[in-house]
Design a protein around this ligand. Structure first.
Ligand SMILES: Nc1ncnc2c1ncn2[C@@H]1O[C@H](COP(=O)(O)OP(=O)(O)O)[C@@H](O)[C@H]1O
Ligand SMILES: [Mg+2]
Length: 246
C-alpha cells in the first residue's frame, strides 16, 4: 500500500460515539499490523488522550506503545480551527507513510467534510435527531466524492428506540455494524484504556473488529490472515496495558 487510506468518523451531532469508535478502530487496525495514525480534529472537545491515557505529554505526534498506534491529539495544536488541523494532517502525511489514517471529527463543524477521504463512517444512535444529523453528514461526505457507511451505536430495544431496520430504511442502505448501549465502556474510559484492549464490552470489540476488517479488505488481499494472526499481538498489548496500569 502506498497511499494512506483515510477514514473520516463523523456526525454533525455530538455525543453519538465518534471518538470512542475512532480510537478503538485505530487500535484494532494497528494491532492487525497496519501502520495507523489516529488524527483528532476536534480541538474544542479534545478526547483521544483520555482514551489512551496520555493527557500530560505535549508532543503533537505520539506513539501508543501497547498497540503501536500513532496518534495526534488536537489538544496540543496551536489552533482550534478545523482547517488548520487539516493542514497539520497534510504535513504529517508528508513526513511519514501510513496504511490507515482514522480521523476523529468535531460535531457542528462541517468544514472537515470538504476534505477528500477514502471512506466516511457516519455514527448514529437509535433516535431521530442523530439519524437526521447522520443523513446530513452522509450527504456532505458523499458530495466531496467519498464513499460512506453508516454504523449504529448505543442501540437498545424498543419501545423508545429506532430499530436497525428502521434506520436502514431512513438511510436506504444497510448498516455496516451495530453496537449496543454498553455500560462497561465507562470502565475503559475511567481506566484510560481503549476498550479493545480490555475484556469489557466484548460485543463492542467484535463490531469494531468487523469494521476494521471491512476497511482492511478494501486495501489488502491478505487482510484476513493479518487479523487471524493478530490474536497474539492483542494478548501482548493487553498484558502491556495491565503492566502500565499496575
Ligand atoms: N455504545 C456505547 N455504550 C455506552 N456508552 C457509550 C457508547 N458509545 C459512546 N458512549 C459514551 O458516550 C459518551 C460520548 O461518546 P464520544 O465518543 O465522546 O462521542 P462523540 O465523539 O460523538 O461526541 C462517552 O462518555 C462514551 O464513553
Ligand atoms: Mg468526540
Amino acid at each position: 500500500m502506498s497511499k494512506a487510506f483515510k477514514i473520516i468518523v463523523a456526525s454533525t451531532k455530538g455525543g453519538v460515539g465518534k471518538t470512542v469508535i475512532a480510537v478503538n478502530l485505530a487500535v484494532a487496525l494497528s494491532l492487525a499490523g497496519y501502520r495507523t495514525l489516529l488524527f483528532e480534529t476536534d480541538g474544542v472537545n479534545s478526547g483521544i488522550s483520555y482514551h489512551l491515557g496520555n493527557v500530560d505529554e505535549e508532543s503533537s505526534l505520539r506513539l501508543y506503545k501497547p498497540s503501536g498506534l500513532y496518534y495526534a491529539p488536537a489538544s496540543v495544536s496551536e489552533s482550534r480551527r478545523v482547517d488548520d488541523r487539516v493542514l497539520e494532517l497534510e504535513a504529517l502525511l508528508k513526513n511519514a507513510q501510513y496504511d490507515f489514517v482514522v480521523i476523529d471529527t468535531p460535531p457542528a463543524d462541517k468544514s472537515i467534510f470538504a476534505m477528500k477521504s477514502d471512506a466516511g463512517l457516519v455514527i448514529v444512535n437509535p433516535d431521530e435527531q442523530s439519524c437526521a444529523a447522520g443523513i446530513i453528514t452522509k450527504d456532505l461526505i458523499e458530495s466531496s466524492g467519498s464513499k460512506c457507511n453508516v454504523m449504529l451505536n448505543r442501540g437498545f430495544e424498543k419501545p423508545y428506540a429506532l430499530s436497525a431496520k428502521e434506520i436502514e430504511e431512513m438511510f436506504g442502505s444497510p448498516l455496516i455494524a451495530s453496537i449496543e448501549e454498553e455500560k462497561e465502556l465507562y470502565k475503559s474510559l475511567l481506566d484510560h484504556v481503549p476498550n479493545y484492549l480490555t475484556d469489557n464490552a466484548r460485543r463492542f470489540n467484535e463490531q469494531i473488529e468487523k469494521v476494521a476488517r471491512i476497511y482492511a479488505a478494501m486495501v489488502d488481499e491478505d487482510y484476513a490472515n493479518k487479523f487471524d494472526n493478530s490474536k497474539e499481538a492483542v494478548s501482548k498489548a493487553k498484558a502491556e496495558v495491565k503492566k502500565l496500569h499496575a
